[in-house]
Design a protein around this ligand. Structure first.
Ligand SMILES: [Zn+2]
Length: 64
């Protein structure tokens, strides 16, 4: 029985974290993870690194 209780607690905690993350994203504090590193963009003639927020899936790119 205790395992089930723990799981419920864990789920609740995770949900709380997700909500907190959403608030952070709304405020512009995204948690970026690199999905493409130093990919060459032919059009721009530059190296491109693409990031994606692990919470809201928003992407951003930076050029070198
Ligand atoms: Zn985000």
């Amino acid at each position: 029985m205790s395992n089930i209780t723990n799981l419920a607690k864990f789920k609740k905690q995770k949900l709380k974290q997700k909500n907190k993350a959403k608030t952070l994203c709304k405020s512009g504090f995204h948690k970026w993870a690199i999905i493409f590193k130093d990919k060459f963009d032919v059009k721009k003639g530059k190296l491109v690194t693409t990031y994606q927020c692990i919470y809201c899936d928003k992407t951003k790119t930076t050029y070198l």
